[in-house]
Design a binder for this molecule. Structure first.
Ligand code: PMV
Length: 350
């Protein structure tokens, strides 16, 4: 290979689950104990931008995030790089004139425009962007669903960030994980009125990582077993139906109940894990008050592995929902209202 530099850049948006992934049946392959479903946020709001490049002058694989060196030797990152290089090798074997990029080291540069590891699904956008940037660099003929299988091995929730709109991750049942993939439930354009406001209760790094939290939950919570076996399968079907029917009341009820069920499982572990704090609970009460005042379900809250609330609502209720949160909380320290279109289409792959 000559000294030419090959380069590709991409954005990947954050996704916020409305039916939560929590629990691994295989920690190496990131295979989940239940299916999950998410809404992809607009990449104008929260996203990772990643550039991948390679040339014969690059001496080792490297990754920087917001200018800081990251460890690439971890099993998750290595699994993604290995899979992508293998697919590139297939391309090179089929087309003898294709440059041997699979033999070069990679330089990966990522920027997040939101706090990392604060329960804002940073790893989801991060691994999705990393996988797609390298796939573009390698000119792989892979569909988003195929890339989701690779991104999943970086971070489970990342497999859902390869699509815009409403996205499901089917747990699959094969041991090798080949059927544990993401697919589009509906494009963003199906329900363009959907909005999300994110209330940042704390931008600190969370104290129990999702991996550690899941491990502890699977090992010690009896409630979790009930969730995975009896609760989530029915909710996945009901949520897909609510999205297809654009039934906000059903969507909202499933979303808040699933968030509460997930956090109940966290509290049921030994020792208990508390991701939500007093500020989070104030946001829950606020949503209930907004719905009561509207006489209708106009907003739905959900919390990931951190204290920040994501509140979904429809554009027609912007004033009641986002307006109320802004008016009441805008002045307080510790809260940063960030709002915007939830589900605009994601930039198409080149
Ligand atoms: O992908 P991970 O390992 O960061 O786990 C994400 C877990 C939740 O955000 C709490 C739920 C989800 O489905 O995104």
């Amino acid at each position: 290979v000559d000294e030419e530099t090959y380069k590709a850049s991409t954005y990947a948006p954050v996704n916020i689950a409305v039916i939560k992934y929590w629990g691994k049946r295989d920690t190496k392959l990131n295979l989940p104990t239940n299916s999950s479903l998410s809404v992809t946020l607009s990449q104008d709001d929260l996203r990772t931008h990643t550039t991948a490049s390679c040339s014969s002058t690059v001496e080792k694989d490297s990754l920087t995030l917001n200018g800081k060196d990251q460890d690439v030797s971890g099993a998750r990152t290595q699994a993604c790089l290995r899979e992508l290089r293998r697919l590139r090798k297939d391309v090179e074997e089929k087309d003898g004139s294709a440059p041997k990029l699979s033999e070069l080291k990679l330089k990966i540069v990522s920027e997040n425009n939101f706090p990392t590891a604060a329960g804002l699904a940073s790893s989801a956008a991060g691994f999705a962007a990393l996988v797609r940037a390298i796939a573009d660099l390698y000119q792989l003929p892979a569909t988003p669903t195929e890339l989701s299988r690779i991104a999943r091995q970086g971070s489970g929730s990342a497999c859902r960030s390869l699509f815009g709109g409403y996205v499901a991750w089917q747990q699959g049942d094969k041991e090798d994980g080949s059927d544990s993939l993401a697919y589009e439930v509906a494009p963003a354009s199906h329900w363009p009125e959907m909005r999300a406001v994110i209330l940042v209760a704390s931008a600190e790094k969370k104290d129990v990582s999702s991996t550690a939290g899941m491990q502890q939950t699977v090992a010690t919570s009896a409630l979790f077993k009930h969730r995975a076996e009896n609760v989530v399968p029915g909710r996945m079907k009901a949520m897909e139906a609510a999205i297809h029917d654009r039934d906000f009341a059903a969507f909202a009820q499933l979303t808040t109940r699933d968030s509460n069920n997930f956090h109940a499982c966290c509290a049921d572990t030994d020792p208990p894990i508390f991701y939500m704090n007093d500020t989070s609970r104030a946001a829950v009460r606020m949503c209930e008050a907004i719905n009561a005042a509207a006489g209708n379900v106009v907003c739905a809250y959900t919390f990931d592995a951190g204290p920040n609330a994501v509140v979904y609502y429809l554009a027609e209720h912007e004033k009641e929902v986002a307006g109320t949160f802004k008016a009441l909380l805008g002045e307080k320290t510790g809260w940063e209202g960030k709002r915007g279109g939830a589900v605009e289409a994601v930039k198409k792959l080149p």
